[in-house]
Design a protein around this ligand. Structure first.
Ligand code: AOF
Ligand code: ZN
Length: 343
């Protein structure tokens, strides 16, 4: 029966912990983590999740809800309990102090500053099981995991293009290639990222606002940092310079420098909105992790290409992506594709 996989009770509770984790904010310095405490009789005792940097960790949140009832419980945490005093106290010690009997976790903590909680628990007489639904947990925090393990934020390149690969007409007009529904989808995705980036070219030509807005125009509570890269000056009246969200003008053409600045601010997900020069710079440097392309059933024949020269002259060298999702949104197709294996 090799290759067969049966779901055990640990997996059932862990999937609940993962659901709770999803309630946390995505654009945050900290990972999204959920925790469930299950009593010796197999019934649910308490649930918790992490609400963002500076607030209690998921385990502490669940322990607070359980009080004395934590004794003898099994804890299910979507990330290995931390072993450090950072913005809050070490969760491994809190779990043991509450007399939790066993700890099951999904993803091993890739953050060297906080890792080692599993080992600490074992050494202090608390049984552990690691790796339950680890792939799912890693996917949930893949952008954070990448920053913590490589020092480089995850980059999603978003493009809106005609069928013939154009992102603006010959006269420079670019509104609106895709329909209303696709544009709304972009705003939802923007709201989930830590930063959104354009080049000075786009900032000067299109004067975008670069905020995440609901269909009625209201701003989402959490706004990504607006980043404009390039050495040209912005107009003082540029819409990105209003007070709707912070804006950084990074006077560089080097995508590595941009990512280093984001990493210093603990921003792990960059949403790249082009134009062609910036997109080509990131692509050629091998710094794009994922592409989200909104393809409209529209033809222009002429006009600005969605990406500039990548130095590819023959089919054998074409960049071939791995599609992970294809969704019809209104009349447009949203294609999500990765440039490399996840994890
Ligand atoms: C979280 N939430 O539920 C868990 C985390 O700066 P601190 O003290 O909040 O510590 C953040 C680190 O703690 C984080 O990078 C991760 O390694 C670990 N576990 N973090 O934000 C949680 N369990
Ligand atoms: Zn913790």
């Amino acid at each position: 029966m090799t290759g067969q996989h049966t779901t055990d009770a640990d997996e059932v509770w862990m999937s609940r912990a993962l659901e709770l984790a999803e309630r946390g904010p995505e654009a945050d310095a900290n990972p999204r983590v959920g925790c469930v405490l299950v009593g010796p009789d197999g019934s649910l005792v308490a649930e918790g999740w992490h609400r963002g940097a500076g607030t209690p960790h998921a385990e502490a949140d669940a322990l607070a809800a359980a009080g004395d009832r934590a004794e003898g419980c099994t804890a299910y945490a979507s990330l290995e309990p931390c072993n450090h005093t950072g913005r809050t106290q070490p969760c491994a010690q809190a779990l043991r102090a509450a007399r939790v009997r066993r700890v099951v976790f999904a993803q091993t903590d890739p953050n060297p500053a906080a890792a080692g909680g599993g080992q600490w628990l074992l050494e202090h007489g608390v049984g552990t099981r690691a790796g339950v639904l680890a792939t799912e947990a890693e996917l949930l925090n893949r952008t954070w995991t990448q920053l913590v393990t490589t020092g480089r934020p995850w980059v999603t390149w978003k493009l809106a293009t005609t069928l013939d690969g154009r992102s603006a007409a010959a006269d420079g007009t670019s509104r609106w290639i895709t329909g209303e529904k696709a544009r709304q989808d972009v705003h939802v995705q923007r709201s989930r990222c830590g930063a959104i980036l354009v080049g000075t070219g786009t900032a000067l030509t299109d004067d975008p606002h670069l905020t995440a807005r609901r269909a009625d125009g209201r701003l989402y509570e959490r706004q990504p940092v607006r980043v404009v890269m390039g050495v040209r000056e912005l107009a003082v009246t540029a819409r990105v310079l209003d007070d709707a969200a912070p804006t950084w003008h990074l006077r560089t053409r080097d995508p590595h420098e941009v990512l280093a600045a984001l990493a210093r601010a603990e921003i792990h997900h960059l949403w790249l909105e082009g134009g062609p020069t910036v997109a080509a710079a990131f692509m050629s440097a091998g710094l794009v992790d994922e592409v989200v392309a909104y393809v409209a059933p529209v033809l222009l024949g002429r006009g600005r290409p969605s990406v500039g020269d990548l130095g590819i002259t023959t089919m054998g060298r074409a960049l071939r992506l791995e599609p992970t999702d294809i969704t019809l949104i209104g009349h447009d197709v949203r294609l999500t594709a990765c440039l490399k294996e996840i994890g």
